[in-house]
Design a protein around this ligand. Structure first.
Ligand SMILES: [Fe+2]
Ligand SMILES: [Fe+2]
Length: 273
């Protein structure tokens, strides 16, 4: 059985009081429902048994899209929605509100950052948690590297390092910090999956790196399952963004940084060229 965040599950049921009213069978049904909705947001349809790598590969030909495509570009449940227009000089907050919400990325990242804040972590770590999966709106495959490239011109080296390598450390348990291999990955990648060579190489580098804990802390606050309906806002993080994110005055995408085209692609994902 996949690991579930108890707090989020209770919220899904409408709070602890509501949960108490349910019998064991109703609770089991609700759990199944909760897991199915969490897995659906990342494109997994079956629960109850881990697939193996060969079965995961067989599914490729059952979908009209590739799993590596950014959440912004794919809707496994049906047609796309028309996106609201962006302001002329978009800020990070505008991207959060208008573009990062499509695949529950916004909620997942806000909930992870809220956990990091509750755990009393440093502001830069909270920021890394807040941004860690937003690159997956553009591209899911190698989303740590895409995310780091997207943010590198605007955040410190440490924050970019944490974003890039959280993807690697998600595959490697760490007893000392209490990080376990995510059950979710057995569904997503297959139970006999071996991380790609570049991920293995990154792990070998990270084990000896003085900043090992930067991405490790992101994985420790990365929620395994999340409630897509939880009400979370960017508001508690605006001060941290103000202090640690160099918002370009021209707007993200208009600033000629090395990542400006990536921001424009997120702003205009419907453009045919
Ligand atoms: Fe991630
Ligand atoms: Fe995550």
């Amino acid at each position: 059985m996949i690991e579930v965040d108890k707090q989020l599950f209770l919220e899904h049921l409408g709070g602890a009081e509501e949960a108490k009213k349910l019998g064991p069978e109703a609770k089991a049904d609700a759990m199944e429902d909760f897991l199915a909705s969490a897995l659906k947001t990342i494109g997994v349809t079956e629960i109850g048994r881990y697939p193996n790598v060969a079965e995961v590969e067989k599914r490729i030909e059952t979908r009209p899209f590739r799993q590596g495509a950014g959440f912004l570009f794919v809707n496994p449940a049906g047609n796309m929605n028309r996106l609201p227009p962006m302001p002329a000089k978009p800020t990070l907050a505008d991207f959060f509100e208008l573009r990062f919400g499509t695949g529950s990325t916004r909620n997942h990242c806000l909930q992870s950052a809220a956990l990091a804040m509750k755990n009393g972590l440093r502001e830069e770590t909270i920021l890394a948690c807040l941004l860690h999966d937003t690159g997956a709106e553009l591209m899911r495959t190698d989303h740590g590297w895409w995310g780091a490239a997207l943010y590198e011109p605007y955040v410190s080296e440490k924050v970019a390092f944490a974003i890039r390598y959280h993807q690697t450390l998600r595959f490697y348990p760490d007893k000392d910090t209490g990080y376990e291999y995510p059950e979710l990955y057995r569904y997503l990648f297959g139970e006999d999956y071996v991380p790609a060579p570049h991920v293995q190489a990154a792990y070998e580098m990270l084990k000896k790196h003085k900043w090992y804990m930067e991405p490790r802390l992101v994985t420790l606050n990365d929620l395994y399952s999340f409630n897509p309906n939880a009400k979370v806002t960017l508001e508690p993080f605006l001060d941290i963004i103000g202090r640690h994110f160099k918002q370009p005055k021209e707007g993200l995408g208009n600033d000629n940084s090395a990542a400006a085209h990536m921001w424009r692609s997120i702003a205009r994902p419907d453009s045919p060229l």
